[in-house]
Design a binder for this molecule. Structure first.
Ligand code: HAM
Length: 416
């Protein structure tokens, strides 16, 4: 019997995992600049948290959750996104007691039962941030700027930012009626998904990929904002303009999760077939209260790391490869072999990336390994050299050899 990884998941093997480490390091570094601190929450939470937080009528909750009963008959769900869990932790741990804005980030796996394709997985990874405790539009602009700086830091090119305001629940309710009045006469020509969304979540209808030709002249959410939302949106745009962050307004952008209020945005980049959203987020001023906390506003984003890596690859951006040893120790003879074990350990203690052969192989095979690993030097020790307290250092790039005293070897290697 042979086993295979579950559909829609990936093994991240050495050789590829270095790219992950690189972008994760960049995410941490950018968060440090903005004073966002890491939070790690459980990978599963009670199912109800996502039903309430993400919204009962969203695709994520209706169709895509990995939900199971645990042995205590509690309904649990593998997190489909990061925000609900972070909000739960913010409330449960009373982080709202902090008089300053609470700024958090996370990097980790999320789970959605979707039809896998390039850029769409059942286990995928997000780098996300969440900021709580301020409605100031400069915070909206900061969140977007952080995402922007992350993409810049990893060397991504040609990405764009789409921006919208989804208003307040009250302005959305009024808009919903207008939109339904526009859609009703077209009901028969709309796709099955659209017809069902008209009942449950009409705003999502405008998001439909196949029915766009029927939406000409549809009322726009942006034209129906209340005064507060409109003013907020103007200020967010003014901050982005002042920072030199380019964006396009997309009045149809509604996002797939229910918690958004005011600012909603998506980062896009070409290169993964029909999929182009590499990150998205927005403000969610009602969510903390919805989850049982005080009336604290929040805003954040989630960036899909698989998608980011696919686009980087497509763009031919050079990413770090595997680490190569500075030195590969080659032993000839038993006494030399014993000595090399201690030299290897000493080198590593001094921070030098070092390796040796483990199979007692002939010198030629050992040198081949050193080459395969792209070692800078082979350090060759025979019993004669050992007796003289010396070792031969061979540069693998040009074959040049020199004999160095054993007690000066580490310093010599550290000199480079
Ligand atoms: P989301 O738009 O559902 O937002 O997901 C954010 C990003 O995760 C997407 O833009 C995409 O890059 C990636 N993503 C989503 N589903 C998949 C998948 N099946 N395979 C690969 N990548 C995927 C959220 O999750 C919100 N929690 C973001 C947020 C944080 N809003 C406010 N704070």
């Amino acid at each position: 019997m042979s086993f295979q990884k579950p559909k829609g998941t990936q093994d991240l093997l050495p050789g590829v995992v270095e790219r992950w480490q690189f972008i994760e390091e960049k995410a941490r570094e950018v968060c440090r600049r903005f004073l966002y601190r890491e939070i790690r929450t459980p990978i599963f939470e009670s199912t109800e948290l996502f039903q309430r937080g993400v919204g009962e009528t969203t695709d994520v909750v209706e169709k895509e959750m990995y939900t199971f009963l645990d042995k205590g008959d509690r309904s649990m769900t593998l997190r489909p996104e990061g925000t609900a869990g972070v909000v739960r932790a913010y409330v449960e741990n009373k982080l709202y007691g902090d008089p300053d804005v609470t700024k958090l980030f996370y990097i980790g796996p999320m789970f959605r039962y979707e039809q896998p394709q390039a850029g769409r997985y059942r286990q995928f990874h997000q780098f996300g941030i969440e900021a709580f405790g301020a409605t100031d539009p400069s915070l909206d602009a900061e969140v977007i700027a952080l995402g922007y700086q992350f993409y810049e830091a990893i060397g991504l090119k040609g990405f764009t930012l789409e921006l919208n305001s989804v208003g307040t629940p009250a302005s959305r309710a009024a808009f919903r009626e207008k939109l339904l009045a526009f859609l009703e006469p077209k009901r028969e020509v709309l796709c099955k998904d659209c017809r069902s969304r008209m009942e449950r979540n009409p705003l999502r209808v405008l998001d439909c990929k196949v029915d766009q030709q029927h939406f000409e002249g549809a009322p726009s959410l942006l034209d129906n904002l209340d005064e507060e939302s409109a003013a907020h949106f103007e200020q967010v745009k003014a901050h982005l303009d002042a920072m030199g962050i380019a964006y396009t307004i997309n009045p149809k952008l509604v996002r797939g999760l229910d918690y958004y209020t005011h600012t909603a945005f998506e980062f896009k980049a070409a290169g993964i077939g029909s999929i182009d959203t590499i990150g998205g987020g927005g403000r969610y001023n009602g969510l903390v209260a919805e989850i049982g906390g005080p009336d604290q506003p929040g805003i954040g984003f989630g960036i899909g790391l698989e998608r980011v890596l696919l686009v980087l690859e497509k763009q031919g951006v050079e990413l770090p490869a595997a680490v190569s040893p500075e030195v590969y120790f080659v032993a000839l003879g038993e006494a030399a072999e014993a000595k090399i074990v201690t030299l290897l350990n000493e080198a590593r203690r001094r921070g030098i990336v070092a390796e040796k052969d483990y199979g007692g192989r002939k010198m030629k095979a050992q040198l081949k390994s050193a080459d395969r690993l792209s070692a800078r030097y082979a350090a060759i020790l025979g019993d004669d050299e050992l007796a003289r307290g010396e070792i031969v250092l061979k540069s693998l790039a040009d074959g040049e050899q020199q004999t160095v005293p054993l007690d000066g070897l580490m310093d010599r290697l550290l000199e480079g």
